[in-house]
Design a protein around this ligand. Structure first.
Ligand code: EPU
Length: 409
């Protein structure tokens, strides 16, 4: 049983993009509510390699200084570590007219193309030279364009948006991704002097401004809905009563409805959610979808929960067909899961049993930690560096709630 209060930190998938956006204007940027995670450290190294300077003012505050002395060539070794390095593309092209970057790394969910990024930026006048290993692009004159994304890609929306801020004329992104982290980026860009209308909707209209209009700002990073979902899942499987401070119900409405269907009681209070779980979870079926649907990042948590729920549930993955690698690991804990194409059929068992498992990526790693809390005996999770990329002291926070979890290294 977990009891007490846990604080949700800022979102990885927002802060990394906000950091990329600091390339667009000279001056001193201050980001607050920054999660203390490995990906932020990697992004700091990347920005420094490009010519910026960065400094942690405290565990959750970051100073980024852009003196304008930027070389838009990103080193392979750093780009290979995080997917969000692709987010350098838009601001570097928009501000410096040139970019030379390796193909980004990050979690391996199978193929992760960038055709939508490229098509959008080409429509604005960029010229690409794509090879198997990297992306080179130039743009002597970026201009506004009408861009309809065939899929609401988070990364493509962000790159086109950041390039459009300084482009000549009006850019319209239709079928734009609507994740709260994109709203956060739009808000920071507007405070910097950009002109973006339609924030939070699927149609973003960006009227280009001159470089001298943009200035550095102080910005508070939006809270992390996936980390919030992780703490709720932990209470759901172990039982207990926890206040998840900083969890924002309006950013995770569909997920909260599904948690409620599974039997978790979640009550919005000022600045957070009270989560109470007393009974065995009930199975549900769910499918991942772009926001406001159930995020693919929540799926490993939900599959872990279904593993011990009463009845049978079906999980359908619509974003990354290869994102089922953690199922083998849950099976080592005794979960009864069968994969059929992009569906997983999960028959709930009474009890998971501790074993040694490997974290294949950030979210799956966190889901294994949650499963380990409720498995009998000892569960050892290896490859925890994946979890450290996106979670700010997951072990310490769960232990403070009464979870029996420690770090060995
Ligand atoms: N896609 C294309 N072409 C493109 C871009 C995307 O076909 O040019 C497809 C992808 O293959 C995928 C789908 O569109 O099937 C979604 O990709 P999207 O571009 O929306 O995702 P992303 O920007 O690469 C971000 C998060 C992921 C999260 C996804 C979906 C970051 C750094 N990453 O990735 O987060 O799963 O959106 O919500 O923001 C994580 O945090 O652990 C993580 C993997």
């Amino acid at each position: 049983m977990l009891h007490g209060e846990v604080q949700v930190p800022g979102a990885k998938n927002s802060v990394l993009k906000l950091m990329a956006a600091t390339l667009l204007a000279e001056g001193e940027f201050r980001l607050t509510n920054v999660p203390n995670i490995a990906d932020v450290r990697t992004m700091c190294e990347l920005l420094e390699a490009l010519g910026m300077s960065t400094q942690r003012l405290d565990a959750h505050e970051l100073l980024l200084i852009n003196t304008g002395n930027i070389t838009p060539i990103a080193p392979f070794e750093l780009v290979d570590r995080i997917r969000a390095s692709i987010n350098l593309l838009g601001p570097l092209l928009g501000k410096y007219g040139h970019v030379d970057i390796a193909m980004p790394g990050g979690d391996d969910f199978g193929s992760r193309p960038i055709d939508l990024h490229v098509a959008g930026l080409e429509a604005m006048g960029a010229i690409f030279d794509l090879t198997r290993d990297g992306v080179k692009a130039t743009a002597t004159h970026l201009h506004g364009a009408q861009i309809t994304l065939k899929f609401p890609s988070v990364g493509a929306t962000e790159n086109i948006l950041m390039a459009a801020v300084l482009a000549d004329g009006v850019t319209v992104i239709d079928n734009a991704a609507r994740e709260p982290e994109i709203g956060d980026l739009c808000n920071m860009l507007n405070n910097m002097g950009a002109n973006i209308a339609g924030v939070g909707t699927a149609k973003l209209t960006i009227t280009g401004v001159t470089p001298s209009t943009l200035h550095a700002v102080t910005h508070e990073v939006v809270n992390d809905r996936v980390q919030a979902a992780t703490y709720i899942a932990a209470v759901a499987v172990t039982g207990g009563d926890v206040f998840v401070r900083g969890a924002r119900a309006e950013h995770m409405e569909m997920l909260l409805n599904r948690y409620a269907e599974m039997g978790v009681s979640i009550t919005p209070q000022s600045d957070g959610l009270r989560v109470v779980a007393t009974d065995r979870l009930r199975s549900i079926d769910f499918a991942t979808l772009p926001y406001p649907g159930i995020a693919t990042d929540y799926k490993p948590l939900l599959v872990g929960m279904l593993s011990i729920a009463s009845g049978t549930g079906i999980a359908t993955e619509n974003l990354y067909p290869g994102r089922f690698r953690y199922v083998d690991e849950l099976q080592k804990l005794g979960a009864d899961i069968r994969i059929d194409g992009h569906h997983a059929v999960i028959r709930g068992v009474e009890q998971l049993v501790g074993a040694s498992v490997n974290a294949p990526d950030i979210r799956a790693g966190a889901a294994l930690v949650v499963a380990g809390l409720v498995a009998s005996g000892e569960t050892v999770i290896n490859d925890t560096h994946h979890i450290d990329r996106g979670y700010d002291d997951l072990v310490g926070k769960l232990a403070a709630l009464g979870g029996l979890v420690t770090r060995r290294s």
